[in-house]
Design a protein around this ligand. Structure first.
Ligand SMILES: CC(C)(COP(=O)(O)OP(=O)(O)OC[C@H]1O[C@@H](n2cnc3c(N)ncnc32)[C@H](O)[C@@H]1OP(=O)(O)O)[C@@H](O)C(=O)NCCC(=O)NCCS
Length: 110
């Protein structure tokens, strides 16, 4: 079991944005999938998520990941589009609609 946890942690990169000692944003990379991208409403539209995504992409490059996938909410779609993600397909879970988006990255795209 500890081996499984350790192996999982090697594939999971989590980042936080901290301002004045407060965590105001998070983002993580699990293998090639971008997850848990959230910025506190009081700190949105200030480039926090953009910087978190730069950290995610750096981790992806370091781990030889060449394509990032994300399951985006409707509201986050413009943000991911600005980051260079393109829509692959839409999925519906009950009443929740999500958009699968993808971005090809290269070692020089940072
Ligand atoms: C989506 C989210 C992570 C963006 O975080 P952020 O720190 O505000 O993003 P940034 O300031 O780095 O935005 C960069 C660019 O993305 C685009 N963008 C970001 N939020 C946007 C929005 N709500 N509507 C339209 N465009 C948006 C803009 O082009 C923005 O540049 P600009 O402010 O110069 O116009 C944040 O709004 C959030 O946490 N939303 C709620 C949770 C969520 O939906 N998470 C995604 C789960 S998949």
């Amino acid at each position: 079991m500890p081996d499984k946890v350790a192996a999982s942690l090697q594939k999971w990169h989590a980042f936080t944005a901290v301002t004045d000692g407060l965590v105001v944003g998070t983002a993580s990379l699990s293998d090639h999938v971008v997850k848990s991208v959230f910025v506190h409403p009081d700190f949105q539209r200030r480039g926090v998520a953009t910087r978190l995504m730069a950290a995610v992409e750096s981790a992806a490059v370091a781990n030889l990941v060449r394509r990032l996938d994300v399951q985006s909410s409707i509201t986050a779609q413009p943000f991911y589009a600005k980051c260079g993600f393109v829509v692959v397909r839409e999925e519906t879970y009950g009443e929740e609609r999500t958009i699968v988006m993808s971005k090809t990255i290269s070692p020089t795209s940072e």
